[in-house]
Unconditional design. Structure first.
Length: 121
């Protein structure tokens, strides 16, 4: 299975895992309301729908766990195919550019603050 398919399945599984309990609570609450109002058929239909939503929720949880395991295994396999490089094997300056930019921006910010303090108002 493709890594993108696994991630897409994981996203849908998370959405279903988070939204199905909310929908289940609404349907069961509606069933209780219908039962209190004397609509036995509507309460029974909501109860059966709630049972189906509960089963779908459990299925979504299991599918989400399986998709998470698949994504984790795919990442582990990708890392095993591309072992990390030693510092001596990396090109000069690799990984330092971002840090230098951040340091320059902090230095520029400090210099601008110093200039602002020194300016006569």
């Amino acid at each position: 299975m493709n890594r993108d398919d696994l991630r897409r399945g994981l996203a849908w599984g998370l959405v279903a895992t988070l939204l199905l309990p909310v929908l289940l609570a609404v349907v069961l609450g509606l069933g209780a309301l219908l039962g209190a109002l004397g609509d036995a058929a509507g309460a029974r239909a909501c109860g059966r729908l709630g049972l189906g939503l509960g089963a779908a929720w459990l299925t979504a949880i299991v599918a989400t766990v399986a998709a998470t395991a698949g994504v984790t295994l795919a990442q582990a396999a990708r890392q095993a195919d591309d072992p990390p490089r030693l510092a001596a094997e990396q090109p000069a300056g690799a990984g330092r550019r971002r840090r230098r930019r951040r340091m320059r921006s902090v230095a520029d910010r400090l210099a601008a603050e110093r200039e602002a303090r020194e300016r006569p108002t």
